[in-house]
Write a protein that binds this ligand. Structure first.
Ligand code: AMP
Ligand code: MG
Length: 310
């Protein structure tokens, strides 16, 4: 329970109303969600990636305007919960949140960072992107660079790509022997279990763009001068291996969606929906922490008197 009953100075919209403000474990489901995204997007045994519609909006009955309105309506709560988390970290707490973003090129990872993570105070965000391992990183176990990048208490860590690359591109391009690759799924599960046990809530999101939409987005990057910088000829090389990547993603979802750190699949062809889904999943993770405000570690009355005397 929150350590203080003091009412929030910030106003919250309809989404967090009905008696359950920030910090409550389960806020009422907003009307446009028929099934909560924590459920409608959750990867469970038997999930079939090939038949997953990347233009769909699972569980959500509203349109684009409704989706955008909901993100806006939840922005204050998201921001306040992040501040509570940060305050807790500053006051000796050990908890943090880690958003793991995976997806093919153009899936919208950058847009999620800008439009969803961007809703909270950048001071409390620890963002890391993982590219081709450096010579130094290559000398170590694949989890070495990941461990060093884990969020400190109080932070929302964001991984743009992650240790999962080592079983995605690692598998597609056979960057390690089969027996080494094979071991990695269990290594990842054990690693994440420890991370969660140490106080970090892991939110794993697979942003899934369709083959057709990826083509259109890559073409746009070749046609617009303001997008050239995002284009990398390697993107087409990866695209040519699309079926192998889908197979590698299926294996990841089959083998690493655990109770402690489940995967959520986010259809990414409609950017507004992907952003809505991620903001709701992040909000849910923060709500479940049931965050209060740290109590004063000084004598409030004494301090008031001291201040009044100045
Ligand atoms: P981007 O995120 O588009 O800047 O691209 C980063 C590139 O780094 C992608 O092509 C990834 O597949 C690649 N990458 C990330 N992690 C690894 C890894 N562990 N091994 C090999 N390539 C990687
Ligand atoms: Mg790229």
């Amino acid at each position: 329970m929150p350590t203080t009953k003091k009412k929030s100075k910030k106003k919250h919209g309809k989404g967090s109303a009905s008696g359950s403000g920030p910090g409550s474990a389960s806020a009422a489901l907003d009307a446009d969600w028929e099934v909560a995204p924590t459920e409608s997007l959750r990867v469970r045994a038997g999930f079939d990636l090939a038949s997953f519609d990347r233009g769909s909006t699972p569980g959500f009955t509203g349109d684009k305007a409704a989706g955008q309105a909901l993100v806006a309506r939840h922005a204050d709560e998201l921001s306040e919960l992040q501040e509570r988390l940060f305050a807790e970290g500053r006051s000796g707490g050990s908890r943090s949140v880690l958003l793991v973003l995976q997806g093919m090129d153009t899936a919208g990872k950058g847009g999620i960072v800008r439009h969803v993570v961007g809703l909270v105070d950048p001071q409390g965000v620890a963002h890391r992107s993982f590219g081709v391992p450096t010579p130094e990183e290559r000398k170590h176990h694949f989890l070495w660079r990941i461990r060093r990048a884990l969020p400190e208490p109080g932070y929302i860590g964001v991984f743009d790509r992650s240790h999962y690359e080592d079983v995605l591109v690692g598998r597609v391009d056979a960057l390690a022997p089969p027996e080494v690759l094979e071991k990695r799924y269990d290594e990842i599960n054990r690693f994440e279990e420890k991370v969660v046990a140490s106080g970090t809530t892991i939110v794993k999101l697979a942003l899934l763009v369709s083959y057709e939409e990826q083509r259109a987005r890559l073409m746009e990057r070749l046609e617009r001068p303001d997008k050239f910088w995002k284009y990398n000829p390697n993107d087409v090389d990866s695209r040519q291996k699309w079926p192998a990547y889908q197979e590698a993603y299926q294996a990841v979802l089959d083998r690493t969606s655990t109770e402690t750190a489940p995967w959520h699949v986010v259809p990414a062809d409609r950017k507004w929906f992907a952003r809505l889904a991620v903001s709701e999943l992040l909000l849910d993770a923060l709500r479940r922490l049931d965050l209060g405000w740290p109590p004063a570690d000084f004598d409030i009355e004494v301090e008031k008197k001291r201040l009044a005397a100045t």
